[in-house]
Design a binder for this molecule. Structure first.
Ligand code: HEM
Length: 509
């Protein structure tokens, strides 16, 4: 073995680092631009930790009332919570404070966005299939925690916008049947907003959720290394190998450089684009609300769902059930999340495909999955759009009722249409691939033959492209099997098998 540098040899004697490093630093990773989406999530999380530590040095998680005497003259003399006052101090009186606040907020927005797009890449390419189902579930947990972390984070400055968001949350909590009131008192330490929530939210925001996320990210990445990364089909790539570059030096350099690109862009956004100007909103007062208040983008779909629902209530045994809140906030979104979380298992059951998959699907080669993804995006998108129904109405001079009704119809019809159209497009793209393999590339060169006829010249496609286009594994339907055994005795579980066969036929259709 080559002589190790002295510090590495010192460490190696104590923790066996050389063996670990030799095995892992030469690990091969495949290359594709979409694999950087997870990296963006990772780097924005690191940026959140770095800027968050800076903010904790000055932020005061206290609801004690103080009189503002800082340098923002418009609010001078106003009574406010210490939390809001410290957010103003960070913004106007701490050197670099506003920049750090803005980078922190932009990184939070980017973190959830990167996770979401990363999730879509995993979904549409089938990267969640065996053996990566567990990593999918960990991912969903991280996305959920990321959203809660962001929401709690922008509740901390105790400004009018964040207070409005918290007021909505209180409404959702109160709508939980039977335990609603108790739960609300438990969370806020008494009547809303109370004096406790900032200090409680602070602990959850800086300690509990970041700790959980850190642990989950570590397991997530260890699993990526353990399973090895998936790769797109191509010449020489099989289910049993990984074609790419080694971690050291290629990926270490690429990833290290990319971290600074992400940090640089986030810092530029923090410097140039205003975000959450709490001084313009004023301190929170439960009796006030600003028109046109909007949450951060990832809370939009929940807000939109609540705005979508007509006002239904039922009264049973002295208990009021507010369906207008229960259904859009406490039933449908959790169901949607559980459905997305369980999708790998549902697909596996329907297709009966229990094999390991290390080669990714091109989305067009699995039209039903791609259609389902489009349907889910549409459902989410319509709810999200509806969270801006008031602003759309004022900006486009239209009626808020019409917009809400259009969204009510679209939330049901849109996903069905999106599924159907996307599936058709995927089939058409498959046919276009077949054409390309059979007839080659259209060159645009039109020639005239001796008889006077015109035809276009086709050039053959490359062997590697032909390989990619002809190796797609298409989903296959499962037979239901016979309903009875050879003695005519009804076979057990035949209803389940029939259902599964029908679903798999629809899936593979
Ligand atoms: C804190 C948030 C997250 C971080 C930092 C993160 C990071 C990463 C990284 C760096 C990779 C390898 C590169 C890549 O394939 O993009 C990866 C792979 C993976 N991630 Fe995430 N991820 C996060 C959230 C999620 C979410 C929300 C999901 C889905 C629900 C998910 C599911 C997966 C799966 C299944 C893989 C393996 C993909 C493969 O081998 O092709 N991750 N993640």
């Amino acid at each position: 073995m080559a002589q190790l540098p002295a510090p590495v040899a010192w460490l190696d004697d104590r923790v066996g680092i050389a063996k670990l490093g030799r095995k892992n630093l030469r690990k091969v990773f495949p290359d594709h631009w979409s694999f950087m989406l997870g990296e963006i999530a990772l780097y924005s999380f690191v940026i959140l930790l770095l800027t968050g530590v800076f903010l904790t040095l000055w932020f005061k998680p206290s609801m004690a009332e103080v009189e503002y005497q800082g340098s923002y003259s418009l609010l001078k003399g106003l009574r406010m919570s210490e939390a809001y006052e410290s957010a103003l101090t960070i913004s106007f009186d701490i050197r670099g404070g506003l920049l750090m606040r803005q980078i922190h907020h932009w990184a939070a927005v980017l973190f959830v966005a990167a996770m979401s797009v990363h999730l879509l890449r995993i979904f549409f390419t089938g990267a969640f299939r065996k053996p990566r189902e567990l990593n999918w579930l960990i991912g969903i947990a991280m996305l959920f925690l990321g959203v809660v972390e962001g929401f709690i984070g922008y509740g901390l400055p105790d400004d009018l916008l964040s207070g409005t968001g918290l007021r909505i949350t209180e409404g959702l909590v109160l709508a939980s049947p039977v335990i609603g009131t108790w739960l609300s008192f438990f969370i806020f330490g008494g009547e809303f907003p109370g004096d406790d929530f900032v200090s409680r939210f602070f602990t959850v925001h800086v300690l509990l959720i970041p700790g959980l996320l850190l642990g989950l990210i570590t397991v997530h990445l260890m699993l990526v290394v353990y399973h090895k990364h998936t790769q797109f089909p191509g010449p020489g790539r099989t289910e049993k190998n990984v074609v790419g570059f080694p971690l050291l030096p290629v990926y270490a350099a690429k990833a290290g450089g990319f971290f600074f690109v992400v940090f640089g862009i986030t810092a530029l956004m923090g410097a140039l684009l205003q975000i959450n100007p709490v001084w313009l909103y004023g301190p929170y007062n439960p009796a006030e609300v600003t028109a046109g208040s909007q949450p951060d983008w990832y809370m939009g779909w929940l807000d939109g769902a609540v705005r979508l629902m007509p006002g239904f209530e039922t009264h049973v045994w002295g208990v009021t059930l507010s369906w207008n809140i229960l259904l859009p906030a406490l039933i449908v979104p959790p169901l949607f999340i559980v459905l997305v979380a369980l999708y790998p298992f549902i697909e596996q059951w329907i297709t009966g495909d229990k094999r390991e998959h290390h080669l990714l699907d091109r989305p067009r080669n699995n039209p039903t999955r791609t259609g389902i993804g489009a349907a889910m995006i549409t459902f989410y998108g319509v709810l999200w759009l509806n969270s801006g129904n008031d602003l759309i109405a004022t900006h486009f001079h239209s009626s808020i009722n019409t917009i809400t009704w259009v969204c009510r119809v679209l939330v049901v019809l849109g996903p069905v249409m999106a599924f159907w159209i996307t599936r058709r497009i995927a089939y058409s793209l498959q046919r276009a691939d077949e054409e390309r393999v059979l007839h080659g590339l259209e060159t645009g060169v039109v020639v005239r033959d001796p008889d006077g006829g015109y035809s276009e010249k086709h050039a053959p496609i490359s062997r590697s492209e032909a390989y990619v286009l002809t190796t797609a594994a298409k989903p296959r339907a499962i037979e239901a099997g016979s309903d009875a055994d050879s003695n005519g005795v009804p076979a057990p579980g035949r209803r389940r098998r029939r259902l599964r066969s029908a679903l798999s036929r629809f899936y593979a259709d």
